[in-house]
Design a protein around this ligand. Structure first.
Ligand code: ATP
Length: 439
């Protein structure tokens, strides 16, 4: 048997190759089968890899089609997948009469009967093309999603859908991390499991802030800092214990004490583990500036590659990823209301499915707007909607809530197990109680 060398990918008998014949190229299972067929027969060489078949495209394209000369469906699938731009035919049902290979078939049949195998061959659908008429329609109502718990925002976005990336921008200290921490609590409350990379906050501080939000205004101890007079809120210990029971096994953090914790590969590895092993389906990267991006690519390109990896991760795993990115320096002093205002690569906003900006208003603006913060919805790929959402902020519990409502929403921990009365709830407000107009 001679060897036709295309990076040692294919094996055939060169003098038996005649592309002008109408019987096409027969793709065989083994070298024995290639020998048995003789004319225009080929197989993957022993050292050949399927991924390299594309490098033989020019040689393969001399033939009118490729016929997979084997009853093995797996081989058909491999040929269909790796032979590009040529019709791929497979044997009709029963063409091999129950024989597992061409060699076995020819042991029981005359050589002249071999062409009968090609008779009635079936044209395989192209690997990379779908026929729209056969595509099943996506039912919007069935796409898994998490709601923010803020009705006007949820109406604009339709919820944070699995398979998508949301980018959050806004200047320093505007409330991005705080709002996203609340969005993660909402996700847990809706039965999701979450995982967060917080590049700046040590785990203990991250937890203290999340606890204050989770217990809410009814279960806080308020202290006065004796030196500066500032008020500090702490989750009451009993409520904190109940919250720990509630989010146990549902809330994970990347451990940033480890030196390599900020490496993009490491973040994605931990996320992949959190998804596959722990079942997390909502992820937070807070923020892209604290990550250590790979390779010697320039900074903008590195940011865009990382964003691309996050979008692929979201799609491949069917999860939602929230990514915090800061606005350009030139935006200082101006509200960030356009995806192009995001610092670094413009690709970040292009790649994202949703783009939001968070802004904390001055007292005067708050008076005019009727709320203390604004979330600008700059892009929602799925709906094409834009708009702004006004929010109030409770500085004790660090909860955002719709204007006209209150911050006292009860999360799942309050509904879990026996209804222990932690404090006298007699005067406590009802969840998002009405107290005025809406935005
Ligand atoms: N509307 C608001 N009114 C009052 N305080 C707010 C408001 N929004 C956020 N804060 C407070 O501002 C502080 C900074 O918020 P946060 O860390 O969420 O901002 P950030 O946008 O994530 O900032 P950075 O970009 O520096 O990470 C927090 O203490 C938060 O409680």
């Amino acid at each position: 048997m001679g060897r036709l060398c295309f990076n040692d990918v294919l094996l055939c008998e060169p003098r038996m190759i005649d592309p002008s014949m109408s019987t096409g190229l027969w793709w065989c299972q083994s070298p024995e089968d290639v020998q048995a067929v003789g004319v225009n027969a080929v197989c993957l060489s022993v050292t050949g890899r399927w991924e390299d078949v594309k490098n033989c495209g020019d040689w393969l394209s001399q033939f009118p089609f490729v016929f997979v000369a084997s009853p093995d469906r797996e081989l058909v699938e491999q040929v269909r997948r790796h032979v590009r731009g040529l019709p791929v035919l497979s044997p009709r049902e029963g063409a091999f009469g129950g024989y597992p290979s061409i060699t076995a078939f020819l042991e029981a049949h005359l050589p002249s009967e071999i062409n009968g195998i090609l008779y009635g061959a079936v044209m395989e659908p192209s690997y990379g093309l779908l026929e729209l008429a056969r595509v099943s329609v996506l039912d919007e109502r069935e796409v898994p999603r998490t709601l923010s718990g803020l009705p006007v925002l949820d109406k604009l976005t339709g919820g944070f859908r699995s398979g998508e990336l949301s980018v959050w921008t806004g200047k320093r200290g505007e409330g991005k991390s705080t709002l996203l921490s609340q969005i993660l609590l909402e996700a847990i409350d809706q039965g999701h499991k979450v995982c967060a990379y917080s590049g700046e906050l040590p785990a203990g501080q991250f937890k203290a802030w999340a606890l204050v939000q989770a217990v809410g205004p009814g279960h806080l101890d308020l202290f006065q800092d004796p030196e500066v007079g500032e008020q500090i809120s702490c989750a009451q210990p009993m409520a904190a214990r109940r919250v720990d029971e509630w989010w146990a096994g549902r809330y994970y953090l990347n451990d940033i004490r480890d030196g390599s914790a900020h490496d993009e590969d490491r973040i994605l590895d931990e996320f992949t583990y959190a998804n596959r092993v722990l079942g997390c389906d909502v992820f937070l990267v807070d923020n892209i500036m604290t990550t250590r991006l790979s390779g010697d690519r320039d900074f903008y390109r590195a940011q865009s590659m990382f964003t691309q990896r996050l979008t692929r991760f979201a799609k491949a795993q069917g999860v939602h990823v929230h990514l915090v990115a800061h606005p350009r320096k030139t935006q200082q002093g101006k509200p960030v209301t356009d995806g192009d205002d995001i610092s670094g690569s413009g690709d970040i906003a292009n790649l994202a499915d949703n783009v939001f900006s968070v802004r904390r208003l001055s007292d005067e603006e708050a008076e005019n707007e009727g709320c203390s913060s604004l979330v600008y919805v700059m892009k929602v790929r799925n709906r094409g909607k834009r708009g702004k959402v006004g929010l109030e902020f409770d500085s004790d519990s660090c909860r955002f809530y719709p204007p006209g409502k209150g911050p006292s929403k009860a999360y799942g921990w309050e509904r879990m197990g026996e209804q222990t009365t932690l404090v006298d709830l007699g005067d406590a407000p009802v969840p998002f109680e009405e107290s005025g107009g809406n935005v």
